[in-house]
Design a protein around this ligand. Structure first.
Ligand SMILES: Nc1ncnc2c1ncn2[C@@H]1O[C@H](COP(=O)(O)OP(=O)(O)OP(=O)(O)O)[C@@H](O)[C@H]1O
Ligand SMILES: [Mg+2]
Length: 278
């Protein structure tokens, strides 16, 4: 007979009453391992400051970061949390692709066989194994960002923070990076904290928190975002185009499911409207 555990055995990051001078105000967010949360907000709203606090590069002035229920001491950087920033070239450490991924592993004093195995796996995950003899600076921006992500994934983190990690990349590279992040969450079970000023990047998240002037002003599922148009426009943010279409159709009196998020789901909804008897 198998017994259900009385509590969740998953890992958890909890931000409890985090404040940072006048930059962040009493932020509370829970991030389960394997979860995918989005954090959005206008320029200067405190997103990157929050990312640094989650990683442990910056200590909050009040409140704390709890990892599996235990308060992380001040000054401690979490090696289990990877941080991907917007400019890949600033995050690469070597001109050799293999060296770049192996660098972090060498610092972990792993046996050389394990380093070689993890390097190959990470480069395959980033679709870079076949290009491993190319100098890193010859890769496209999207491939460079995939190299940064591969270097982090080789260290087998429980969480990945993406702070505008796809914002400065060409459209094709952007899709590659966003797809890879989704796959890392869904297939590798890595918890993702995805920060972007662009809400269309965040519709894959389970929940989104919107920051303004250091406070969370809205929190909810992406499928509920279209009800927040007045708030978003006051913050200078835009609904993703498909959600804008959904919002327009609902305000025009059409019965559209709240759950429709993708182009395929919206197309199904529109077809239902067209085929409905008058
Ligand atoms: N080291 C620092 N010292 C003092 N103020 C800072 C520091 N870093 C950021 N700030 C200020 O904190 C506020 C939040 O900045 P932060 O970079 O966290 O915002 P953001 O939401 O990431 O913005 P962006 O969308 O431009 O990336 C801004 O007013 C910024 O000027
Ligand atoms: Mg930022």
């Amino acid at each position: 007979m198998s017994l259900s555990p009385p509590f969740s055995l998953r890992l958890m990051i909890e931000l409890k009453d985090i404040s940072l001078s006048n930059i962040l105000k009493t932020i509370n967010i829970s991030i389960p391992e394997g979860g995918y949360i989005g954090i959005a907000g206008p320029n200067g709203s405190g997103k990157s400051s929050l990312a640094k606090i989650i990683k442990g590069i910056q200590d909050p002035s009040e409140g704390g970061v709890y990892i599996n229920g235990v308060l992380r001491p001040k000054g401690k950087v979490s090696s289990d949390i990877g941080l991907v920033l917007s400019s890949p070239e600033n995050q690469l450490v070597s001109s050799s692709i293999e060296e770049d991924v192996a660098f972090g592993l060498e610092n972990m004093n792993l046996p050389s066989q394990e380093i070689a195995k993890r390097t190959e796996e990470a480069l395959r995950l980033g679709d870079l194994w076949e290009s491993r003899d190319t100098p890193a600076h010859h890769l496209s921006a999207g491939q460079q960002q995939m190299l940064v992500i591969a270097g982090i994934m080789a260290m087998q983190p429980g969480y990945l923070i993406i702070d505008e990690g796809a914002s400065m990349i060409d459209p094709q590279g952007r899709i590659t990076v966003l797809d890879a992040v989704k796959k890392i969450n869904r297939e590798n079970g890595v918890g993702v904290i995805h920060i972007s000023h662009d809400l269309s990047e965040l519709i894959v998240a389970r929940t989104i928190s919107i920051l303004d002037k250091g406070s969370i002003v809205w929190e909810g599922e992406p499928s509920k975002l279209h009800h927040q148009e007045p708030l978003l426009s006051a913050l200078g943010m835009e609904l993703p185009p498909l959600l804008k279409l959904k919002s327009l159709m609902i305000s025009g009196g059409y019965d559209i499911s709240d759950k429709a998020m993708t182009a395929e789901e919206m197309a199904d909804e529109v077809v239902k409207v067209i085929n409905r008897p008058a």
